[in-house]
Design a protein around this ligand. Structure first.
Ligand code: FAD
Length: 463
């Protein structure tokens, strides 16, 4: 039994936990010390992944982290913001958060670089970089992720000439299974650089990243609606002409919403009210009321969207590229050869409508530039990304099972942080540098300290 005095002692730390969302080391050890006790269960943003680690801990520096990595229960897994849908994070061993290892370390505006501690949230980078006259080249849909978590899965935004966030990484510090921190960059450690920039947390714990950044810039965003065939025909021209282009297909409507961003010096416009959540709820209601009558549902959505005027907004990139997503969902996203994208989307729409699949979430279509990172889904391939979402309270399997073969037929590579059913053999044929990565992983972590069941499955490593 834990004594009353010990409980009181840890109550103070608990308020820190509530305030920061991090688990101070003291609390984790308090419970881990108790034989048979389990510490706080964990679940991801969508609620689709969960675990009950024997230790949850948030080190405050590399020395503390080294002790955890070398001496704590395995598998040792890092969690960022818990925004991945796939099983990358769950562990019954040690779950560690770098929430207490966050913030700007240094910025060099002349060189266009800034070094951050790895637990820094993407949302925090905007103001910290802007204070130094800098900004990231792109952002994903939301900015809640940590830098380390985002780069570990090749998190991306949209833009034909802009790579994933992992391509912004000019250097990093990585603590390996031995407890040593390696300084990694393209010049000194070229292979490690290409392996570690997308590594699923399998090579070690990233403690710092140096990111390339560009001078602070403003974007003018234009949003409009168009029938899906019109959008698909215009897509190659739109992704070539505009800095950022994406569109959403609204299921059972034949309609899309397009978004483009271009550089501008125009004055900022007032921040609009975010109506995305309300829009989603309306689409959900339409599904509930008119799901049995697809043509009526189509007519209603077309009438609403047809009445929408194009909108424009001007603001600094870090304020306009990401938005809030409050309606929770599970997601599958594949990255396809870019030219295959429009046809793949046509097939997805047909599969949904022919099989009357219940779905109201818009399907997202984006483009990403190629890179040379070993496990990047954009490795040496101009890509487009297509994402399907299912409301978090609903079983996503029938929908995703119907759509995944279309992604696979077009040689899609799945987003590492999103749901997929691929195995090691599949990845071996999709990734030219697969074997090199496996060898690097084996060298850095021969005992498989960082491998949880999902990663053993992905890498084909026996338990
Ligand atoms: C609402 C929503 C919107 C999203 N939008 C996009 C989008 O626009 N584009 C996109 O590409 N993805 C998107 N995603 C997916 C998300 O960006 C990725 O799954 C990302 O990896 C999550 O980052 P995280 O900080 O939550 O990390 P987690 O999900 O907690 O972890 C991801 C991986 O990083 C590893 N990791 C975390 N910290 C460290 C560390 N310090 N050292 C080593 N490894 C570490 C973990 O072990 C795990 O393998 C979205 C997800 C949600 C829920």
């Amino acid at each position: 039994m834990m004594s009353r005095r010990r409980l009181l002692q840890y109550a103070a730390s608990a308020s820190a936990l509530a305030a920061t969302g991090a688990i101070p080391g003291a609390i984790a050890h308090a419970f881990a010390d108790e034989p048979g006790k389990r510490v706080i269960p964990w679940k991801n943003w969508s609620g689709g992944q969960s675990c009950t680690p024997s230790v949850r801990i948030a080190p405050s520096d590399e020395a503390e982290l080294a002790k955890i990595v070398t001496g704590s229960a395995t598998p040792v897994r890092a969690v960022g913001a818990g925004h991945s849908f796939s099983g990358l994070v769950p562990t019954e061993g040690t779950l560690l958060s770098l929430d207490r290892m966050s913030g700007l370390v240094s910025a060099d505006p002349a060189a266009g670089r800034a070094t951050f501690k790895a637990g820094t949230r993407l949302g925090a980078t905007g103001a910290l970089l802007a204070d130094n006259g800098l900004a990231l080249d792109n952002m994903p849909d939301i900015n809640k992720q940590t830098i380390a978590g985002a780069i570990s899965t090749a998190t991306h935004g949209t833009g034909s000439d802009i790579g994933s966030l992992s391509t912004f990484v000019a250097g990093m510090r990585l603590m390996t299974a031995s407890g040593n921190a390696l300084d990694i960059d393209a010049a000194k450690t070229p292979d490690l650089h290409q392996a570690a920039r997308v590594s699923l947390g399998a090579l070690g714990i990233v403690t710092e990243t140096t990111l390339s950044a560009r001078p602070l810039y403003k974007l003018k965003r234009r949003t409009w609606t168009a029938p899906v065939e019109e959008m698909l025909e215009a897509a190659p021209e739109l992704w070539t002409k505009h800095r950022n282009f994406e569109f959403y297909y609204i299921p059972y409507s034949g309609m899309t919403i397009g978004i483009v961003n271009d550089l501008t010096d125009e004055a900022e416009t007032p921040e609009p009210v975010n109506e995305d959540d309300d829009g989603l709820r309306q689409l959900q209601q339409l599904q509930d009321w008119l799901g049995w009558a697809p043509s009526a549902r189509r007519w209603v959505i077309q009438t609403i969207l047809g009445g929408m005027e194009p909108e424009e907004r001007v603001d600094f990139s870090h304020k306009t590229l990401s938005t809030e997503r409050n309606v929770r969902f599970n997601e599958m996203e594949y990255h396809l050869p870019r030219e295959a994208g429009p046809q793949a989307l046509r097939e997805i729409i047909a599969a949904i409508e022919d099989n009357n699949i219940e779905v109201f979430f818009p399907i997202e279509f984006r483009t990403v530039a190629p890179d040379d990172i070993w496990l990047s889904p954009f490795y040496k391939r101009e890509s487009c990304s297509i994402a399907v979402h299912r409301y978090h309270e609903k079983d996503y399997t029938p929908y995703f099972t119907a759509i995944e073969p279309i992604f696979r037929k077009h040689e899609g590579r799945p987003h590492w942080g999103k749901l997929h059913t691929l195995k090691a053999e599949d990845f071996a044929s999709l990734y030219p540098k697969w074997r090199d990565f496996l060898e690097m992983r084996e060298t850095l972590d021969p005992e498989g300290k960082f491998l949880n069941p999902h990663l053993r499955h992905v890498f084909g490593v026996a338990s």
